[in-house]
Design a protein around this ligand. Structure first.
Ligand code: HAM
Length: 441
């Protein structure tokens, strides 16, 4: 028997009911970043594999274990993007967007990581990201945090998220701290879990955010990163904290926050939640002042963050009152008899041209009136527009309310001339013709 075809493990289908939540989230996000003056950038899902190895870092989990690599038919080594910052920087350099310029950009799209799937962690997931180039901060660092705080408020989840903040300093400070940390951990190597033992050689700072309790207990006596922080980074962090306090954005300093990508320096931050089990990071980011130069551009300061949209949607779905109500169908066009299909399609097109904000469904597939009315009811239509042979011949249409609203009862059916229908619908649905907005009941 042929294999049953299924979605790839860890890659989700978005079905209509859930997509309504996604559309809501995306609309809020787009409105928000546009209001802050950010412009959209879209880059390909596939990039040269070297881009990610050089930016995220060769000894990170993402590059070592999670990246989807393949050779195309020409033999070029390509990768499905595991994150979007590297591609954004590559595009910025390639199109001359970054050279001595300030850029405030956003992007949204699917990312791919070969992780072990569980709630909130997938192999294809979506990020909404903001990247700013040409500004050294800390004011821009604060703006990104204020912007995300506003987003949580607008979505109604500000009580479920908290901001964690750290500075990972200059690369020299990290190098000095790395040595001190390794010197401290080496004698205790046997107490480390397998992952941390491996990281001790390759990427010791990542041991700081190990979830293993024994490792965490061991780290209690480890040297503190703040003792190694360079003066410039200390000042940057202090100024950022001051701004956040003035802006009334609560934050927690978390010295263990190091992030899993190598390109960061100074400010790193995460918005975390307790509502999603192990996958607590809802939004994460930081400064990456060295990345543009590292990828071949002129030295350019930069900062950004990404929000995991699956996690955000999961969080919203836990609180049904925060979910958008599905938009009802305004009119369902019903027709039967000779020439009815053409007449119905033509009439609904005329309505759409005149009233583009009205939601109209035209019945397709024939059937008698009873079945069509049933269908109109099933989709929740507010008004049925009915065309029979007589109405078609006399250029009329029957308007029949299906819900007790619009100031009309269900029995208030009326016959109107087709060329007066637009006026009736405007009145019925209280449509303001100047901006075509439907004023909801
Ligand atoms: P990241 O921490 O790797 O950072 O990912 C950012 C967010 O993407 C996470 O906080 C999480 O919400 C979501 N995410 C990551 N992996 C998965 C997964 N497997 N399934 C579901 N959601 C996931 C970055 O990717 C950086 N590019 C962020 C950034 C932008 N830094 C500067 N600019």
């Amino acid at each position: 028997m042929a294999k049953r075809l299924q979605a790839v493990r860890g890659m989700n289908d978005g079905l209509p009911e859930t997509m309504a939540v996604w559309q809501h989230v995306e609309a809020v996000l787009r409105r928000l970043v546009t209001a802050y003056g950010y412009g959209e950038i879209r880059t390909p899902v596939v990039e040269d594999a070297t881009l990610f190895i050089r930016s995220i870092g060769e000894v990170t989990d993402i590059v070592e274990k999670e990246i989807y690599l393949f050779n195309d038919r020409h033999g070029d080594a390509l990768a499905l993007r595991p994150e979007g910052t590297a591609g954004c920087v590559r595009a910025g350099i390639e199109h001359g967007l970054l050279y001595h310029q300030e850029q405030r950009l956003w992007h949204l799209g699917p990312m791919f990581r070969y992780e072990r799937p569980q709630k909130g962690r997938y192999r294809q997931f979506h990020q909404f990201s903001v990247e700013v180039f040409g500004l050294t901060g800390p004011d821009i660092d604060a703006e990104l945090m204020v912007m995300t705080a506003r987003l949580w408020r607008e979505l109604g989840i500000d009580q479920q998220v908290r901001l964690q903040l750290n500075s990972i300093g200059s690369s020299a400070a990290r190098m000095a701290y790395r040595q001190a940390l390794v010197a401290y951990l080496l004698p205790h190597q046997q107490q480390l879990d397998a992952d941390s033992q491996r990281r001790l050689q390759s990427n010791p700072l990542r041991i700081l955010d190990s979830k293993d309790q024994q490792v965490q207990a061991l780290l209690a006596g480890a040297p503190r990163f703040s003792d190694y922080l360079d003066a410039a980074s200390q000042q940057h962090l202090a100024a950022l904290c001051h701004l956040l306090t003035e802006l009334q954005i609560p934050y927690q300093l978390n010295e263990r926050l190091v992030r899993g990508l190598d390109y960061y320096n100074q400010t790193v931050f995460e918005w975390v939640t307790d509502r999603l089990g192990a996958q607590s990071a809802l939004c994460a980011g930081g400064r990456y002042d060295g990345l543009v130069e590292q990828l071949g551009g002129t030295s350019t300061p930069a900062i950004g963050f990404s929000i995991g949209l699956e996690r955000l949607v999961l969080l919203l779905q836990q609180q049904p009152t925060l979910l958008p109500q599905p938009a009802p169908i305004d009119c369902y066009l019903i027709a039967a008899g000779q020439g009815s299909a053409s007449a119905a399609l033509q009439l609904s097109e005329r309505i759409r041209t005149a009233l583009p904000t009205l939601r109209i469904m035209t019945h397709c597939g024939g059937h008698d009136f009873k079945k069509q009315f049933k269908q109109a009811d099933k989709v929740g239509a507010r008004v049925a527009l009915v065309l029979g042979e007589r109405e078609i011949a006399q250029q009329q249409v029957i308007m029949k309310p299906l819900r007790e609203q619009c100031g009309a009862s269900k029995n208030d059916q009326q016959v109107v001339a087709q060329d007066q229908l637009i006026g009736h619908l405007q009145c019925w649905f209280k449509i303001n013709t100047l901006n075509q907005e439907t004023i909801s009941e």
